[in-house]
Design a protein around this ligand. Structure first.
Ligand SMILES: [Zn+2]
Length: 178
């Protein structure tokens, strides 16, 4: 059974393409992100304020937005959260669309909340994370970085940041918007 996260709230997610990847030394990984200037001061739990080089790591599209970066208890401010879970978790944007069979492309039950066992048309066996969803709208991982309040169309991660994460982890990274 696929573990599903239902956390609401718009964010950009940086995540490794290997769903089972977690850094062997998590503190070293965090320190590297802090030194890079992506993460700023630790705020609470697994959350960090934006770092000094945040605006160089993330490119804003169009006119520079007014970004709320001062801590707010309602969490409605731009900050980073480095998450790690015991198992890979499937996360999906409300804009992920209806899933399709990755093999025959037939539309599957819209907004399925449980694992699909088999495609009704071609009988391919699959789980939620195997379905074809709208690109860049789902994440299947144990580890990653949420950048809260960033929305699709507002911002994108630079290639330089994605390369940095890859060098740090030996695995390619991608971006999604949930
Ligand atoms: Zn199918």
């Amino acid at each position: 059974m696929t573990q599903i996260e239902t956390t609401a709230g718009e964010r950009m997610v940086l995540y490794p393409v290997d769903p089972y990847y977690v850094p062997e030394a998590r503190d070293t990984f965090l320190q590297a992100l802090i030194q890079r200037g992506l993460l700023g001061a630790h705020w609470r739990d697994d959350r960090y304020l934006v770092g000094q080089r945040f605006m160089q790591e993330i490119v804003f599209i169009g006119c520079a937005p007014f970004l709320r970066v001062d801590p707010q208890d309602d969490l409605q401010f731009c900050h980073l959260q480095v998450f790690a879970t015991e198992e890979a978790i499937f996360r999906r944007s409300p804009q992920a669309g209806a899933p399709r069979c990755p093999q025959c492309r037939v539309a599957l039950i819209s907004n399925a909340v449980a694992d699909l066992e088999m495609c009704p048309q071609c009988h391919r066996k699959m789980a939620l994370q195997d379905c074809a969803w709208r690109a860049g709208r789902t994440v299947w991982s144990r580890f990653g970085i949420n950048i809260w309040t960033l929305q699709k169309g507002d911002a994108q991660a630079t290639d330089s940041l994605l390369d940095f994460l890859q060098r740090l982890s030996d695995v390619k990274w991608k971006t999604a918007f949930l």
